[in-house]
Ligand binder design. Structure first.
Ligand SMILES: *[C@@H]1O[C@H](CO)[C@@H](O)[C@H](O)[C@H]1NC(C)=O
Ligand SMILES: *[C@@H]1O[C@H](CO)[C@@H](O)[C@H](O)[C@H]1NC(C)=O
Ligand SMILES: *[C@@H]1O[C@H](CO)[C@@H](O)[C@H](O)[C@H]1NC(C)=O
Ligand SMILES: *[C@@H]1O[C@H](CO)[C@@H](O)[C@H](O)[C@H]1NC(C)=O
Ligand SMILES: *[C@@H]1O[C@H](CO)[C@@H](O)[C@H](O)[C@H]1NC(C)=O
Ligand SMILES: *[C@@H]1O[C@H](CO)[C@@H](O)[C@H](O)[C@H]1NC(C)=O
Ligand SMILES: *[C@@H]1O[C@H](CO)[C@@H](O)[C@H](O)[C@H]1NC(C)=O
Ligand SMILES: *[C@@H]1O[C@H](CO)[C@@H](O)[C@H](O)[C@H]1NC(C)=O
Length: 550
């Protein structure tokens, strides 16, 4: 190795000197030759107008060939090609059998990377080799700017590179009947990293003692990926064996597909993928083990795997079931709570009472008198005077704020905010049937407010108003409803006793409501109330103001 290296260094400069002195060669390549003889089955490449340009296209009849395009010469390619500007080019493809001597091995050469490499021009023994010129693609090799030597039909590259792989051409000049031809031969060069491998194969996949999941009754492919050192005389082999009962002594070769080989990422490596397909996985397949055996001239390596049945993820099984349960649950909830959902929708999302012009009242207030002390009652002379008077009597106002909501509410709505309020005992003429009156009044009102108390639920008449309101809301949504829970009552106040209809019991839990406490602040009660009320008509808006309570 070392002596060889020294020898090269010693010899090459002198070789180079002697090689590049030939002036004849340069003259030769500078001329434009128009007649080419090539050998059938060898690679040829149409000349370009200049070695640098690659845009020339040659035409022969209907055929066209771009220059720089390699093709394997065939007899039918013979003929004269023309360029659009009129220059001609004649190609003659010679049958191998008509050659003086033909040696197939001369058409290819194997050069070892990083070493000097020698190529002979095919037909070396039978032709005059004095004026052979070497080309790589369409460019003469002496123009390639690399250390090399051309002499007597032999090309010596000082050092072989990976990029040297490909086709080299060697041109001879021959004269026939006064016509000078270029007789071109091709050599397919491969570059190899080394002649012999130096390392054992490496099994990249599978891993030792791995377990592969298989589906019973389904086909399964076992795959083995092995990285080998490059080798010239191929000894590499990858095989799959089945070991009966896991006993590696009792192994049988499996039926395998053609191995797939790829040049490794490293120039010096070859990747081999070997597959074996088990057409149908049977329970007995689970009892055996499977060995991937990889060998080359250096030695062998193997990996053994086994199978286990694939069982579906319990999680995946549960998903459809969970979906079903969710769906069924939703259906049940919808079924049970349909009334509530309807009420919530109608009372919250539909604009009741927008047709205010067609209704006689803005607010129908339903309450049951909780019998306040006469003192308070006297203070409330149900006249609007004390409140509309800006300099109202302070004592009156205090009394008012202490008044029960049943009294306060209609008063504020009517006299301070200017709503058209309906009170059953005041506005409905006596004498009609009570139930008719109630239903009609609800229809004539934009909103129904029920002031709820223990007394309210005790009164069947009052509960009838609430029930009628809920029924009307379920049938049409032309009115709004608002519940006002007075001190000590709330939705949970209603015990499941029989005097209150089920419909009402369910409705009061979802209808919009406000909580009233004797000392409720302005923002805790009156502002939300204002927001819940139907929109004011234009003429009413100027009246909308803060109730004068504090
Ligand atoms: C090319 O060939 C055609 C037909 O053979 C001939 O007429 C023409 O003169 C030739 N052109 C040249 C430049 O030789
Ligand atoms: C045709 O064009 C090429 C370059 O494009 C030139 O080398 C050649 O001499 C031309 N031939 C004729 C006949 O003009
Ligand atoms: C080989 O060709 C060269 C020039 O091309 C010529 O000088 C020489 O005489 C030829 N040799 C033989 C043996 O024909
Ligand atoms: C050259 O040889 C290599 C390896 O033998 C082959 O893969 C390639 O196809 C050949 N190239 C041509 C142009 O024949
Ligand atoms: C490859 O095998 C051939 C034929 O057996 C032999 O001549 C050659 O030396 C071998 N090459 C290498 C690199 O072992
Ligand atoms: C694989 O399993 C065998 C026996 O089952 C054991 O001897 C060996 O060490 C294991 N190899 C690896 C790499 O786990
Ligand atoms: C060769 O196989 C190894 C391991 O599987 C991988 O990392 C590498 O990329 C493969 N090379 C090629 C060229 O496929
Ligand atoms: C595989 O290599 C081992 C040594 O590593 C050797 O004993 C065995 O005989 C080889 N097997 C085969 C089939 O070549």
């Amino acid at each position: 190795m070392r002596t060889g290296f020294l020898l090269l260094h010693f010899l090459l400069p002198t070789i180079s000197k002697s090689c590049f002195s030939g002036k004849q060669q340069r003259k030769h390549t500078d001329q434009q030759f128009q007649h080419y003889k090539v050998v059938e089955g060898e690679v040829f490449m149409m000349p370009c107008s200049s070695p640098e340009s690659s845009s020339t296209t040659w035409f022969k009849g209907d055929e066209s060939k771009k220059c720089e395009n390699q093709f394997v010469a065939n007899e039918k390619d013979s003929g004269t090609y023309r360029r659009p500007n009129g220059s001609n080019f004649t190609l003659q493809v010679i049958k191998k059998t008509k050659l003086k001597c033909y040696e197939p091995s001369e058409s290819s050469a194997m050069l070892q990377y990083a070493y000097p490499g020698t190529i002979l021009c095919p037909g070396h023994k039978c032709y005059n080799n004095t004026a052979v010129v070497w080309y790589k693609k369409n460019k003469a090799l002496w123009k390639h700017n690399r250390q090399h030597c051309e002499k007597n039909g032999q090309l010596v590259l000082n050092e072989v590179y990976e990029r040297d792989k490909g086709v080299f051409f060697c041109d001879r000049k021959i004269t026939e009947e006064g016509v000078t031809w270029i007789f071109r031969r091709a050599v397919n060069v491969t570059v190899i990293p080394f002649l012999n491998p130096s390392s054992l194969p490496e099994i990249m996949y599978p891993f030792q003692n791995m377990t592969e999941e298989v589906e019973l009754g389904q086909p399964h492919t076992v795959l083995c990926e092995v990285s080998f050192d490059f080798e010239v005389n191929i000894s590499r082999k990858v095989q799959w064996f089945i070991n009966d009962g896991g006993d590696e002594e009792k192994k049988t070769l499996l039926l395998m597909e053609e191995p797939q080989e790829k040049r490794g990422r490293l120039f010096s490596k070859v990747n081999v993928t070997q597959k074996s397909i088990i057409k149908e996985v049977m329970p007995q397949h689970l009892k055996h083990t499977y060995t991937c055996f990889a060998s080359n001239i250096i030695g062998n390596k193997s990996v053994t795997i086994k199978f286990k049945p694939k069982h579906q993820e319990p999680f995946l099984v549960w998903i459809p079931f969970a979906c079903f349960v969710l769906f069924a649950g939703a259906v049940v909830i919808l079924h049970v709570k349909w009334l509530e959902l309807q009420l919530i929708y109608r009372s919250h999302f539909q604009l009741g009472g927008s047709d205010g012009d067609e209704k006689d009242f803005d607010v129908f207030v339903s309450y049951v008198w909780t019998a306040p002390s006469t003192e308070v009652a006297n203070g409330l002379t149900l006249s609007s005077k004390p409140y509309s008077d800006a300099k109202g009597c302070v004592s009156n106002i205090r009394q008012i704020s202490e008044a029960p909501i049943e009294m306060l509410l209609p008063h504020v709505l009517e006299h301070q905010w200017g709503y058209r309020v309906c009170l059953l005992e005041r506005d409905i003429l006596p004498g009609g049937a009570y139930t008719n009156d109630v239903v009609l009044t609800i229809k004539r009102s934009r909103m129904l407010i029920c002031v709820l108390s223990a007394e309210y639920f005790a009164s069947s008449d009052a509960v009838f108003v609430l029930e009628s309101g809920v029924k009307a809301l379920l049938q049409t949504s032309a009115h709004k409803m608002l519940l006002i829970w007075t001190s000590g009552t709330s939705a949970s106040f209603i015990q499941p006793d029989l005097t209150v209809p089920k419909l009402v019991q369910r409705a009061v839990k979802v209808l919009p409501s406000l909580q009233w406490d004797a000392g409720a602040s302005y923002s805790a009660f009156w502002i939300p109330l204002q927001k819940a009320l139907p929109a004011q008509e234009a003429w009413q808006i100027s009246h909308m103001q803060r109730p004068q309570l504090d």
